[in-house]
Design a protein around this ligand. Structure first.
Ligand code: PGA
Length: 240
């Protein structure tokens, strides 16, 4: 079943989150089971973004690399699970580049997520410079190394998000997304339950084409996920 994840990043306030949840609920109505929907709001909105009917699940956008203790401002995996999260995003390119999260930090975050029973949505992807230098595959392989200690028997979601496509309006071509997904499946071949998402400027107009090659299992959606109707339209286009 295809998976569509709304990554709100640092956007929305409580009233907007509640309005989003109401609108998304009316958009999907009783049409459940065609695809899986997940909303990843800021921590303060986890409750407001929840669906009482369970038609979508909620996810953290980040988590602490530590389990508990004197880490002012951090949010633990156990706290996210306790708040009702099923998933947590790990290694988004904004965390890697703006907050300096490297493979060592991210492997500790993956371990904390597993201890709390959360399914990681592990993000990776090459920068424009790496792509220009023909280093896309090498970059993906290096980023996959971070998964080395993650238990192969557990379900895993990997989001291929080329950095140059995030928030730029310049999505990867369906062909490029498919090539990356094929390569990632080779690199992570030991997994029984692996879903590969594409992320980067997904919108209702390019969603169907990006999925048509049949190599990705859904999307991680930033900007276009802030409106419930647009998020629902992407999920519909991707489930057709
Ligand atoms: P975008 O962001 O859809 O706004 O490009 C995707 C992401 O960062 O997950």
């Amino acid at each position: 079943m295809n998976l569509f994840v709304a990554n709100w990043k640092m956007n929305m306030l409580r009233g907007q989150a509640r309005a989003f949840a109401e609108e998304l609920g009316s958009q999907i109505g009783d049409r459940v089971g065609e695809s899986e929907l997940v909303v990843a709001p800021p921590f303060t909105l986890l409750d407001a973004a929840r669906d009482a009917r369970g038609r979508w699940s909620i996810a953290g956008q980040n988590l602490s690399e530590h389990a508990a203790g004197a880490f002012t401002g951090e949010v633990s995996a156990a706290m996210l699970a306790d708040a009702g999260c099923r998933y947590v995003i790990v290694g988004h390119s904004e965390r890697r580049t703006l907050f300096g999260e490297d493979g060592a930090v991210l492997s500790r975050k993956l371990a904390r997520a597993r201890e709390a029973g959360l399914v990681p949505i592990y993000c990776l992807g090459e920068t424009a410079a790496e792509r220009a230098q023909g280093r896309t595959e090498a970059t993906l392989a290096a980023q996959v190394e971070t998964l080395a200690d993650d238990p192969a028997a557990e379900p895993l979601v990997v989001a291929y998000e080329p950095v140059w496509a995030i928030g730029t309006g310049l999505a990867a071509t369906p062909h490029d997304a498919a090539l990356a997904a094929i390569r990632l499946r080779e690199l992570i071949s030991a997994r029984r339950d692996l879903r590969i998402l594409y992320g980067g400027s997904v919108n209702p107009d390019n969603a169907a084409d990006l999925l048509r090659e049949g190599r990705v299992d859904g999307f991680l959606i930033g900007g276009a996920s802030l409106k419930a109707a647009t998020f629902a339209a992407i999920a519909r286009a991707g489930s057709a």
